[in-house]
Design a protein around this ligand. Sequence first.
Ligand code: HEM
Length: 462
Amino acid sequence: MTRSGIVAHLMRRTAPGPRGGLLLGNLAEVAQGRMFELLHHMWRAHGDISCARVGTRLLYLVVHPDHIQHVLVTRRENYTKAMHRAAPLIGDGLPASNGELWARQRKLLTPRFQVGALPRFAPPLRGAMERQLGRWQQAAARGDELDLADEMVALTLDAILGSLLGERLDDEEARLRAAIRDAVDFVAASGQVFRVPLSWPTRRNQRFLAALAVIDDFIHRAIEAHRGRPEGDPDLLTFLLRHVGDDPHAPATAKLVRDEAVSLLLGGHESTAQALTWLLYCLDLHPEAKARVMDEVDTFGDALPTVADRNRFPFLAAAVQEALRLYPPFWAFPRHVVADDELGGYLVPAGATVMLCPYLTHRHPALWEAPERFSPERFLGGVAQGRARASYLPFGYGPRTCIGNHMATAEIVLATAAILRRFTVERVHHAPVTAEFSTTLRPRGGIRVKLTSRQAASASAT
Ligand code: HEM
């Protein structure tokens, strides 16, 4: 952009917002990882639509469902995912692609993630739960202290690896998990609006590139091993190879298979793990809600619940929705403005970034009664209940809604039921946990827990 272009761009800022510094606006907050603080301040001080300047860029915050509807549905072609911050990691995978490529890939993948396809997910999920529960039996017997979020990542990574590959890889999982963690941390630290180019030899960039090499090596070996697998009921990777392309000499399709596989691997576990963690935390804080969940879980009995049983836990399912309301793992996500538009009576110029923030929309007092209260009852009659649909968007909204939402919801319900049937999960420190607004919403410092086997406890009580 030329200098006069930049000046013209900045002169057109119309929505209210913080003044920020004369030269850099609110760049410091964003560069220092205080994006949430900035957005929260913008909303509290300036209302449902506001605008800050971050360096030379304009950043709009949109909190009201009518404006969310406009951005994600009505005028969605004007609000794209160009410059997705995870692009260095997932390339042109579904979450980062746009236009024709996105439409084609979405159409291809959708049938694999619809409710009717959930039974395919049952064996990998069951396997992952059995292994997790087995590890936890041992940890409980030893009296180990565990980090709940780490444990949930181990569970959900195991489940998505099973869906993706149709098999397990015991020996590699820990290394892969560490690499994914580093890569995701990098994406978080690279900021939603301002980024250091990957070519700069900073320590952070080098660490990311090392993590990327581990992930790529893993995926490329998996792709080689899955080439030419026979027809049947394929795992996701075989499906991608069959439908995107299986020719190792066609670099564009080989890259797309890699990008989709990495997208599903990452999208398919980190946020689900955080959702599980926050749900268990909320239940720990609210004994009356937990008691209702325990009634359902205990009525179900000792068998491991499967995908077919997921509707047998209505209160637990409502608690999942409520935990996702208070702690949406994707607490904010951006769109890039393609052409000038009017939004809520304000000009939104081409080149600006619009930030959607489910965390704030989900706690909006005009949309939710007692928004800070954990109250699963509000979801017992379904999600809508006379509210604008865009007021609840833990899985996004509109055509780009999370493709894995059914899979994730089933996984959270079933894993929680299985865990709570077998273990009492007790926090080691009882102080309230605060949220870390990273790529996903994580409990700051983790949540240390101790497990007691309910079987062992009831045996010793008799
Ligand atoms: C609780 C768990 C999950 C949460 C909270 C979540 C949240 C989201 C959100 C908010 C979006 C939309 C982002 C945007 O519009 O910019 C999204 C997109 C996506 N998610 Fe999820 N997700 C979860 C689980 C999963 C799972 C299990 C998978 C796959 C196995 C998955 C794969 C994807 C993909 C591929 C997209 C991109 C869809 C597109 O752009 O067409 N997610 N997710």
